[in-house]
Design a protein around this ligand. Structure first.
Ligand SMILES: [Zn+2]
Length: 74
């Protein structure tokens, strides 16, 4: 019987790295050698959060401030 990870692996949606038990983010092939099926859940690593999500949220916020929602004026 294969040894399954005790917890589902968290895999970053952007860079596809996975979170290890020591809280590092590494490429999937560096962590496990066998193909995984349902043991991976979607996540975002801290680096991609900074690179992608934070700037995206900042852009959304600026757009919302620039163009007030019609619902607010109704
Ligand atoms: Zn990432």
């Amino acid at each position: 019987m294969n040894q399954a990870p005790p917890h589902p692996l968290r895999q970053c949606n952007f860079c596809r790295r996975v979170q290890t038990e020591s809280n590092q983010w590494q490429h999937l092939t560096a962590v496990v050698s066998a193909p995984l099926t349902n043991a991976v859940i979607a996540a975002i690593c801290p680096r991609c959060y900074e690179d992608h999500v934070r700037s995206h949220l900042a852009g959304l916020f600026r757009a919302a401030v620039k163009e007030p929602s019609c619902a607010l004026m109704a």
